[in-house]
Design a protein around this ligand. Structure first.
Ligand code: ATP
Length: 601
């Protein structure tokens, strides 16, 4: 790593002697004393937060002021104490010092060293398309962008193309037609703008190429679930950190889902969630309360459990796994894998980057007949032309078939067709038809509880077993259905704690109707994902699913990524790792749920 030869003697702004040192992935600006006292540290910042160093050409120095000295500009995000993990007080720091002629050759080398060490594997001076929604969240996006975001981006040498959205779906229109010349698309708004950008990019004839441009959100909306997943609960609304992510973020491949609405055959793309029941009411029913920020969702939740309205649907799931202990273990193993592979500094091990691009849901679940395997190459900034492979499905008999028809790397996303469930799909009837009587077993049950057996006469028969604890039983009422693709849906709700980014699977929660007190108690710990372990919260990892509306008058609306749609029926399938976000560490924020090792796992 950095060593003593990267020390650079300089003259500080106060004419005192100084030393710039780059060591242990950290820049220190020291003021030296003449009397042998220890140097005074004026700035200390991890290289991850360092933005820009520029040594003026000797000819451009003003001889009057500087003599033969050359000006060296240093731009960084500094925080209290400069600790790597202290992200709470990040702010833009601009320093300039002078380099004496005798040190000029060394200074040129020093500038290149600090720039390459702080941008390891990351493109410098990115071209940024910045979309700003002036009405998202509390309506402060414009001032936040002008006061904080733009100065940081400009200090890092980024070229910013700023466009303000003027109407609903404007961001989608822009993304659908914009020239693909940007390194990153930043959205100053909430999750809605990310959804629009992804839909715009995914609708293009060159969707696969367009979706390689990563998206970096700036949290000026209400919930900003993407930011919670990227930066954690504490830093969800940390604007300087999110801006740093535009500059220094690494590619994080994510899955997109096609949601096909029937009978219209309209398709929308989803990157975060689809919801029915209470989760729709608490989002759409509180839109007039945007001024509350994300508190409006908690208000909606409490209101929802007070009314306890059930949701009636027929749900068909192609389940890959439904064992909570095993799902938690796999998600935790994934975190350990990632942790073990980090290297010091501003980058991560390129080998790990490679690994992140493969190894998706490849573990076969006992008795499962449909394991999604994908083998996409990881994309990286500046290599937007990397070939992407189609996803495949390995069947129980070991044969491998293409799941999507192969489309070349620059082509569109193939059209969605209505799904054809087979007898191994799990069917849940949430109409509660048998309420009042003893609930009966679900029509197919779980992967392990009900299997299809071929009889000697060639007919098949279902082997019925007693449902295990926590398994859905037809006749239960459903409070909500929530399918998601990243752990947090808001700061106070980690609905899918075992969700693994880009694994080609959707995490589905079916929440049974339970006594109000039990739901109210579930609020405590919801942000930590503790409700996951409740038996009344049925949890499945699925590769595709269908939902039919059994009460169109009573529940006309469902949501895709928080946007509402009228519905009769919808079919959902995954396009693994087809889109990209930016993340400072190349992954989602690791929750305590995944860090801790309790006795369940
Ligand atoms: N100028 C505008 N006037 C009216 N609506 C707009 C304008 N620009 C964007 N929109 C719409 O604003 C809506 C809300 O945006 P967004 O979802 O990003 O913020 P939010 O709802 O506050 O945050 P979150 O989704 O995180 O709760 C989107 O549907 C978007 O299309």
């Amino acid at each position: 790593m950095a060593s003593r030869h990267q020390d650079l003697p300089v003259i500080l702004h106060n004419d005192k002697r100084g030393l710039l040192t780059v060591e242990d992935d950290k820049l220190d600006v020291l003021q030296l004393s003449k009397d042998g006292r220890p140097p005074k540290r004026l700035l200390s910042c991890p290289l991850r937060n360092f933005l820009f160093a520029k040594l003026a050409a000797s000819s451009t120095s003003s001889p009057d002021k500087l003599g033969d000295n050359r000006r060296l500009d240093l731009h960084s995000l500094g925080g209290s104490g400069g600790l790597k993990n202290d992200t709470s007080s990040l702010k833009l720091v601009k320093l300039h010092v002078l380099v004496e002629p005798v040190n000029a050759p060394e200074a040129e080398e020093w500038v290149e060293t600090i720039m390459s060490s702080s941008y390891r594997g990351i493109k410098r001076s990115k071209r940024v398309l910045l979309l700003v929604n002036p009405v998202g969240g509390k309506g402060k996006a414009k001032s936040i962008v002008h006061d904080t975001v733009l100065p940081i981006l400009q200090s890092a040498g980024c070229q910013v193309d700023l466009r303000e959205t003027t109407h609903r779906l404007h961001a989608e229109e822009i993304a659908a037609s914009v020239e693909l010349k940007y390194d990153v698309i930043a959205t100053a708004s909430g999750d809605g703008l990310v959804y629009e950008v992804l839909n715009g990019l995914a609708s293009r004839p060159d969707a696969r190429k367009a979706l390689k441009i990563p998206i970096a959100p700036i949290p000026t909306g209400s919930a900003n679930a993407v930011c919670t997943n990227l930066f954690g609960v504490k830093d969800t609304f940390n604007i300087p950190l999110a801006t740093l992510n535009i500059i220094k973020g690494q590619i994080l491949p994510i899955d997109l889902c096609s949601v096909l609405l029937l009978p219209s055959l309209t398709r929308r793309f989803c990157f975060l969630s689809t919801a029915l029941g209470l989760m729709v009411d608490l989002d759409i029913g509180t839109e007039n309360l945007r001024w509350m920020g994300d508190t409006r969702f908690m208000y909606g939740f409490i209101k929802g459990i007070a009314t306890m309205k059930t949701c009636k649907a027929k749900i068909q799931l192609n389940v890959v796994e439904d064992d909570k202990v095993s799902m938690a273990r796999k998600a935790r193993d994934k975190v350990r894998e990632r942790k073990g592979s980090k290297i010091l500094g501003a980058g991560i091990n390129p080998l790990v980057n490679k690994m992140n691009g493969i190894n998706i849901a490849e573990e076969s679940v006992e008795g499962n007949n449909s394991v999604v395997i994908t083998d996409h190459e990881t994309t990286s900034v500046g290599s937007q032309d990397g070939e992407q492979q189609p996803s495949k499905v390995t069947n129980g008999n070991g044969t491998t078939t293409r799941k999507d028809d192969y489309v070349p790397d620059h082509g569109p996303i193939p059209e969605s067709k209505p799904l054809q469930p087979d007898p191994n799909w799990v069917t849940l009837d949430t109409s509660g038809a048998s309420s009042g009587s003893a609930p009966k077993r679900s029509s197919v049950g779980s992967l392990r509880s009900n299997r299809t057996m071929t009889l000697e006469n060639g007919h098949s028969s279902e082997i019925q077993q007693v449902p295990k604890s926590g398994q859905w039983v037809d006749g239960e009422g459903m409070l909500y259905f929530y399918a998601g693709m990243m752990p947090w849906v808001a700061r106070d709700l980690m609905q899918w704690p075992v969700s693994i980014s880009g694994d080609g699977l959707i995490d589905v929660v079916v929440q049974s109707v339970v006594p109000r007190m039990m739901m109210a108690n579930a609020i405590t710990g919801a942000e930590k994902g503790e409700a996951y372990w409740m038996d009344c919260q049925h949890y499945y990892k699925v590769s595709e699913f269908i939902v039919q509306n059994l009460d169109k008058a009573g529940q006309p609306i469902f949501t895709i990524d928080g946007e509402s749609f009228q519905w009769d029926e919808f079919h959902v399938q995954v396009h693994p790792r087809i889109a990209n976000l930016q993340s400072l560490n190349g992954g989602f924020y690791v929750s305590d749920f995944l860090q801790k090792h309790d006795d369940k796992v």
